[in-house]
Every structure is written in C-alpha cells, then in structure tokens.
Design a protein around this ligand. Sequence first.
Ligand code: LFR
Length: 478
Amino acid sequence: MARILALDLGAESGRGVVGALTDAGTLTLEEVHRFPTGGVKLGAHLHWDLPFFMRELHTAIEKAELGGALSSLGVDTWGVDFGLLGPRGELVGLPVHYRDPRTVGMVEKVYEKVPKAAIFARVGIQTMALNTLFQVAALAEQSPGLVEASEKLLFMPDLLHYLLTGTAQVEYAIASTSQMLDATTRHWATETLAPLGLPLHLLGEVVPDGTQYGSFRNIPVIAPGGHDTACAVAAVPAEPGENWAYLSSGTWSLMGLEIPSPILTPEAEAANVTNEGGVLGTIRLLKNIGGLWLVQECRRAYARLGSERSYDQLTRLAGDATPLAALVDPDHPSLYAPDDMPKAIRELCTATGQTPPEGIGATIRCCLDSLGLKYRVTLAMLERLTGRKIDTLHIVGGGSQNRLLNQIAADATGCRVVTGPVEATAIGNILLQARAQGLITGLDELRAIVRASFPVETYQPDPAMTARFAEAAQRAGW
Ligand code: LFR
C-alpha cells in the first residue's frame, strides 16, 4: 500500500489529505489538516500569506507522517498567481492575489499592442484580467524595480514546491493558465508576446506534469499537475465511452470537455473559451464561470451584519425561495470583487430591469439559478464548438455538496447530473503522484480507481424546469 500526501490549496481553504492506495486498486482518504487561505490586504494591495501557507504545509506534512511513511507529496493550487525570486533564490515580495485591482485597464493596454486574436490563436486562453499575462503587464508598468530585482517567476504550486525542495521549476499544467504559453508547442509564446516588452526572461523552462522536484526530508516531492482544476478533472469518474462534460465546482465553476488538442479557431476566440493544459497529454476546453464565489461573498456580507449562516442553512433558505425570480450574469464585472455582494446583486438586477431579490433566501436563490442558467448556455456553446452532444454532466469538488445547485444544474442543462467525489482535487493530486511513481498506467486506470473508491449521486432533469430555463435564457438574451 502506498501513502501519498496531497497538499491542496484553494482560494478559501487549504488541506492536507493522505491517500492510501491498495494493491487492489482502491483509494481511501484521510484529511489530516485544514487551514484558511484567502487574501490579506497589506497597504493598498491584496496578497497571499505565503509564510502562513508554509507553516501550515509543514504542519500538514508532520501530521501525515504520524500515520506512517509517505511515498511522495505534491502541491496543487488555483491558477495564474505567482511569486518572484531574486538571483540568490530569495523571495522578491509576497505573491499578489488575482483579485487585486492592479490589473484594471491592463487587458485593453495589452490588446492594443498585440491583438487579442493573435494571442488567442497561439495560447488559446479565455481573456480574464486576472490571468498572469495581465498581472505581469501590470507588474512591469507599476513596479519596474521588482522586475529588475527578479530572475525567475514561479507559479504558486511551483513556488511552494521550491520552498519545500529548493528546486525552482515551472510545471506545464499550471503554466498553461498564464495566457502566455503556446497551447500547441507547450513552450512560452515568446514571439507573439515580444511586442509587449514584458520581462519574458523571468519565464523558466517548462517541465511536464508528474515531474519530481526533489525531496522534502527524504519524501519525494512530485508536481502532480500543479493546477487544482487539472487535478479535479483527472479525478472525474466518467465511464469509458460516456458523452460527458465536467463541472469543477468551488469558488469558481469550471465547466468543460476533455479534448485531445486545443481548439484555436476564431469561433473559439469569439466564445472566449479556454484551452488549459491538462495532465497526461489532455486539453481542458472550458469556460471559467464566476461560481460559488457569489454565495461565499453573500455569506461573508451577512456574517458582517451579524447573521452568521452555514452554507447548508443558506441553501435551505434558497430552496424555500421562488425559482427563477431574478437572474444575474455571475461573470458581470460588478460581481468580481464588490465590498457588499448582496447589494451588488440587487443593483445589477435593478440595472437589468428586474425586481431585485430581497432577503437571504431570495438572494442565494438568485445566485444559484444564475449559475444554472450560465451552465446551460456554456454547455450549448461547448457542444457547438466541438460538435459533441453531451448527456452527462459530472460535478466534482466542494460545490457538489450543494444538492439544490446539483438539481438546478440538471434542470438548467437538461443533462443527467452525476455528482462526486467532493475531494476530486485532492484525489486527482494523489493519483497523479501515484501515476508518476509508476503505480498507475494512465487516466483510464486512474478513473477506474475513482469509480471503485467513491460513491456518486445522480440527478435527473425535470423537463418542465428545463423549459423554464430555456425561456429564461431567451429573456435574458444570453
Ligand atoms: C480554480 C482556479 C481556476 C482558475 C482560478 C483562478 O480554483 O484554479 O481554474 O482560473 O482558480 O486562478
């Protein structure tokens, strides 16, 4: 039996999860440690608390080792964010959070110098101001001194791997989230990006997912595929031959299809989809949808007002509210980082000619219905682009615990929804390390292990509700 530790950091919390893989091909999990993540405002900027993360990772490793020897460990995190290293390998500042406003106006500035179409044709990534490309453009313009002091850029998981092992490398799956990596050659899109005058010398050679970075106290450290979404999608329990799409549901909703090679057509550019580098040679065609962030931020706003409520309580209130009463685009810029999410939702409803939701239940219902509607139009777009017809939607990740949202997703898309595992990211991380150790042959075997080890739940769409979502999509003009 192999014991493998996943260090899985999300935008809200981080976990240490030990996976025990038996020779019979089943996996059991034990969460040994959990800690909050989230941004820290330091002066005018929003940062990640890297020293705290490192302390927590050390604690997680110590707790994991109490149960026996580990055959490897590996880190995955959200995408796009990075830290900088100086010539002596020292940290240059603290990593900046992707919701920091430093990228405001950067998309326009970048696309003025190199047209969006030219960049998309090479890198195939959805335009989002948070992407590394725009963060680096902001850095170069606003903090030239930091650039001058730096020699290397390391994405979040690579940075944590470096601080554990001393090896500074850039892993493919996480690098692909940057909007700077050529989706076809898997090298930096240096020629295309050259006119931007960015410090491209900071970008190091890219190594494949599954690379060992060295070791931490004799434990091999393996980059599983450092991107959380890459790990989560690897662990989708799809059956061979199924016509499936995935929805990795957490702070973000990442909805897409696994495809063999990137789709870089003008239609894909117009649809603003992403072709992220997946593990083991796959591409994740997906749309990044502002997901349960809406609910997380409502919860935070209610707690500030003294109405502390659990996610379960919020969902129950939403279940009692009228369906499809108000709908907002979860990706509307005004919902990206507002001070007061419920207020921002009300204002957006008023601005779009709808009666704003009043009260907690109606507001959360609006968030969930809006996500459902966005899932519907996104799936239709993905089907158009690929010519595939999808009948099963696999929802994985923490968000798959929300039964109301699962049913809404089935109703809105008209698909059978299969949910679980909740810990897909940690499972993917663990099993990709196992693959790198030679314990698993590839994705088919990996998914068979997930199917054999974790239960799923199934939801069938209610045709009457599907018709109402179709009407709502038309009314909203989406
Ligand atoms: C999900 C995720 C998404 C990425 C977003 C921001 O946790 O990694 O894939 O687009 O965070 O980095």
